[in-house]
Write a protein that binds this ligand. Structure first.
Ligand SMILES: [Zn+2]
Length: 197
């Protein structure tokens, strides 16, 4: 399986940000926002943006192996429950998609990471990311939370934000909102992240 990583890299960059669409295959909007942006945006601006339009090739929440990628990261709290109700894999970091991200994050020092999910209308943050969350709120208007409200063992946010201290944001979009309006908001957000953040 090949995961496409698209770099808008500035050799003299100030900050380096990773933006990931479609962790869960049934939440496809992030791929649309990222591809729309990449189709019109040139490489310039003070920051380097790294985009993964679609991490999960499956059309369902879980990947093609039936694993929830957002429960497969090698965190201290990873666990396999008796009924496997987290679908976190047979062991942590068992999946190609997870290994790809773990490797990418080991090799690059990102100043921030954003993943795009649906549908809870929230900006959730892990690690020292309240400042970034507040900036994103200006574009999307959703409430900010530091707790999604249910257990998430082996999550990407815990792996990057809590255990590696990389400011990490999980955007849960409002799936009821008009997709083109939302697309415009994401375009402005990406421009801001590239040029001003
Ligand atoms: Zn999700």
């Amino acid at each position: 399986m090949k995961i496409s990583l698209i770099k808008q890299e500035n050799s003299n960059y100030d900050k380096k940000l990773l933006i990931i669409g479609v962790f869960h295959g049934d939440e496809p909007q992030g791929e649309y926002f990222i591809n729309s942006y990449l189709n019109k945006s040139k490489i310039n601006g003070k920051n380097s943006l790294f985009f993964i339009p679609r991490l999960n090739k499956n059309n369902e929440r879980k990947n093609l192996n039936g694993v929830d990628l957002n429960r497969n990261f090698p965190t201290k709290n990873w666990k396999k429950s008796e009924n496997n109700d987290y679908y976190g894999g047979t062991k942590p970091n068992s999946e190609e998609e997870t290994k790809f991200l773990v490797d990418l994050i080991e090799k690059n020092k990102f100043d921030g990471i954003i993943t795009i999910h649906s549908p809870y209308k929230t900006i959730n943050y892990d690690g020292d990311a309240l400042d970034l969350a507040q900036k994103i709120k200006k574009f999307l208007g959703y409430k900010i939370t530091d707790d999604i409200g249910y257990p998430t063992p082996g999550s990407f946010g815990t792996y990057c934000g809590v255990e590696r201290n990389i400011p990490t944001i999980t955007i849960e979009i409002d799936e009821e909102e008009n997709i083109e309006k939302l697309n415009e908001k994401f375009s402005l957000l990406f421009d801001y992240l590239k040029n001003e953040f």
